[in-house]
Each structure stands twice: as C-alpha cells, then as structure tokens.
Ligand binder design. Structure first.
Ligand code: ASP
Length: 294
C-alpha cells in the first residue's frame, strides 16, 4: 500500500499569517512522509507533529498562546487504529506534548494524564524542561491583558464563548493523520488551546473521540471551536460515519463532520484518512493550513 499523510496547522478566521503557517505545515508533512517510507504510521504522526510543535507560527508546543494567567498549558493526543491511545491535558514546561502523549499510550495503563502530574510524568520520563513561551506570544498576551483590563471584568472572561463569537481568536492547533505501507493508520492533535484560554478549561485536542480518533475504519484530527467539537464527539462521529456508511469515503466523512459543526454554528476543520487510504478534509473557516502527500 502506498503511504499517505495529511497535516493541518489549524482552521482560521483570518488568513493574515497563512503563508508562514503554510510553509511550516508543508515542511512537517514532507518530514512525516519521509518517516512513513521507513517506519510506521504512529512514528510519522509523532514526528510530523513534533515539527509543527517546533514552529513559532503555530499554536502548539513552542509558540503556544499564553493562558489568561500568563502560563502555557498544552493538550495533545495520539491514537492508533488498534484503539490504543494516549493524551496529556494542561501539560506545562515541555517542548513536545505529542511525544509525552505517545509515552502515556506506550508506557502506562492509562489513556489521559492531566495537569501538574502530567508534567511530572513527562519530566520523570526524561522529557527535558522547556519553556514554550515565545516573545511574540508574550507580547500579545500583555497587549490583550491590557485591553481586557480596560473593557472586561475577570468574571466575564470566563465566558469564552462570547469572545469566540466576537472573532477574537485566531487558531493554530496542529494535527496529522497517516497511513503506512501496511495500511495501518494513526492520528494525533496538539494545541496550546485558545488564545487567552481560561486556566482549567479543557478543549477537544487532548480528548480521544473529540479532537483525535482512530480505528480500523479511519483516522481523524479536528481543529476549531473545542467546546462544540467536544459535545459533538466529532472525531468519533467522523470515523463512525466511515464505519456505518460503506459508500462514503474520507472526503464525504469530513464533509459530514463540517455539517455537524455548522449545525452548532461552530467554526473548525477536519482532516482524515479512511481504510482504503483516501484522504479527506474540510473546514468552514476562511482558511485552514493543510498539506497532504499520497
Ligand atoms: N480545538 C482547539 C481547542 O479548543 C483550538 C484549535 O483547534 O485551534 O483547544
């Protein structure tokens, strides 16, 4: 079977920073594909996402948005078509949350580790301490804090929904789905969450079945309005669509997923690969940085 890989760098309401994001997305996709020629799908997904996490133009790993309290907390998840999965939520002080998620999958009995103990787990496993804040993201945080202070009470800030509707958020979550030469599929997603994420808020990207899902029927990574992706269990729904509608391919399933988002007036994007190796994608935003090789 010919290997395939698809990568995204987040669905976005504005396309202002699209060229930089796009360049890093294409690069990560090519690196992932090189790995796929030699190794398996999960290795390719991890390496592609590590490269995306290293980009300051994206919102995952290095360059993640700071949360409301000035700290970076990241979510990541990875899943294989045999239903093994690993994830971290609210992890701090690491460069590559996706690799910690993979370690959770491969070296523990658990699926998700969260918060301070996820960070402790990572460091105890030998992942180096790393501050993922970049100067532009710190400056942005200071600017927005100033604006919030003038216009908003702290309590109002908890109504993240209101700010999303006002279009305050640009996105840059990353994800990858790959199929290797043995026809095995893996999927993963990694994010710094929303811009000005309320501390403690959990989005979809670290949740198996929401931001990421993979079974023998296909693999999916979602991006966008996390609260809506969560309540839709969007990743799982897209894979179920592939499972129960045999006439559908990955593109049809992605379109179905976007219709689900539309039904909740939520913005976002989806990438997927089905069991035949078809690639699918869709978004209802102005832009989604994305690249695939098949
Ligand atoms: N889905 C992510 C979250 O809600 C954000 C994104 O995709 O950009 O945390």
């Amino acid at each position: 079977m010919k290997p395939k890989i698809i990568v995204h760098g987040g669905a976005s309401r504005s396309s202002n920073d699209e060229p930089d994001r796009k360049k890093d997305v294409i690069n990560a996709c090519k690196i992932g594909y090189e790995v796929l020629l030699e190794k398996d799908a999960v290795e390719a997904v991890e390496i592609a996402i590590r490269n995306l996490e290293a980009s300051a133009f994206l919102n995952a790993g290095v360059g993640s948005y700071l949360q409301l309290d000035g700290r970076v907390r990241m979510d990541a998840s990875i899943m294989k078509d045999d239903l093994s999965a690993g994830a971290v939520i609210g992890i701090e002080d690491v460069e590559h949350p996706i690799s910690v998620a993979r370690r959770v999958m491969e070296s523990t009995q658990h699926v998700i580790l969260s918060g301070r103990l996820a960070t402790e787990f990572a460091h105890s496993e030998g992942f180096p301490r790393y501050d993922p804040r970049t100067r532009p993201k710190v400056n942005l945080w200071m600017e927005i804090m100033e604006e919030f202070r003038q216009k908003t009470t702290y309590e109002q800030i908890f109504h993240v929904d209101q700010y999303l509707k006002e279009g305050r958020f640009t996105l840059g979550t990353v994800g990858c789905v790959a199929m290797d030469s043995n026809g095995r599929i893996a999927a993963g997603t990694s994010t710094g969450g929303l811009k000005m994420n309320v501390p403690g808020r959990v989005g979809d990207s670290g949740i198996i079945g929401a931001g990421t899902y993979c079974s023998k029927y296909g693999g999916v990574s979602c991006t966008g309005y996390g609260e809506k992706i969560l309540v839709l269990s969007l990743g799982k729904q897209v894979v179920n669509y592939l499972k129960f509608r045999e006439s559908t391919n990955a593109m049809g399933a992605a379109e179905y997923g976007i219709e689900e988002l539309n039904s909740l007036h939520a913005h976002g994007g989806i990438i997927c690969i089905d069991k035949q190796g078809n690639i699918g994608y869709g978004h209802n935003t102005k832009a989604m940085a994305m690249h695939f090789i098949e």
